[in-house]
Design a protein around this ligand. Structure first.
Ligand code: ATP
Ligand code: CA
Length: 191
């Protein structure tokens, strides 16, 4: 799978207005989650240099346990390949849900993968068809918005990027607000 993704800075006082615009465009609020991400560094190579990622994510549903469709806590194991172009954060993504996050962590650590300090954020997700918009409040980093569409083939990438750029424009986010920096790098800059 290829994750086509754009990320932009969103100031705190712009969020309410932004959500109103999203709803006007037909986006529906799906869920609010707390995500805690542990990234690992490679054994034979430095993932910061190769621009790859290995991650265990703990995802807690903040809308409560009333919503029986969505399990309260979930864990995911994810690999991401290097970014594929200069504007977006598009990259290969391989992700599986794992039932036992703690044991998965132990397996990776036994194999020699080194954990990086976790990144914690509150993420509110809006959706319209196959486009997902995440409004993120990242601890010690700030507020950001991500536009995402998953495609199967590289040939679909260009169209998907353009679709997301146009959507961003109709939400009054200019292209120069786009960033490619990860939350990890943004936090490390702040520290
Ligand atoms: P997603 O879009 O999957 O929900 P996210 O939005 O929470 O993820 P991003 O900022 O898009 O987070 O991605 C975090 C990125 O941090 C990784 O994909 C990777 O490129 C980068 N990264 C991974 N390992 C390291 C490391 N050891 N040091 C610095 N950066 C890393
Ligand atoms: Ca992202």
């Amino acid at each position: 799978m290829i994750e086509v993704e754009l990320k932009a800075k969103l100031e705190k006082d712009e969020i309410l207005n932004f959500i109103r615009k999203l709803e006007d465009l037909g986006f529906k609020r799906i869920i609010k989650k707390e995500e805690t991400d542990i990234y690992y560094n490679g054994i034979d190579r430095d993932f910061r240099k190769t621009d790859e990622a290995l991650r265990i994510r703990k995802s807690v549903n903040m809308d409560g346990i009333d919503n029986m469709d969505i399990k309260y806590v979930r864990y995911y194991l994810t690999y991401k390949g290097p970014k594929m172009d200069n504007i977006s954060k598009t990259r290969e993504e391989l992700e599986v849900q794992v039932s036992d996050g703690e044991t998965t962590k132990k397996i990776l650590e036994k194999l020699g993968f080194k954990p990086v300090k976790p990144i914690v954020k509150i993420r509110e997700i809006y959706k319209r068809d196959d486009i997902e918009i995440s409004i993120d409040e990242v601890k010690d980093v700030g507020n950001y918005v991500e536009f995402e569409k998953i495609v199967e083939f590289t040939s679909e990438k260009e169209n998907a990027i353009n679709e997301l750029i146009n959507l961003m424009k109709s939400l009054n986010i200019s292209k120069d607000k786009l960033i490619k920096t990860s939350y990890l790098e943004l936090r490390d800059k702040n520290e």
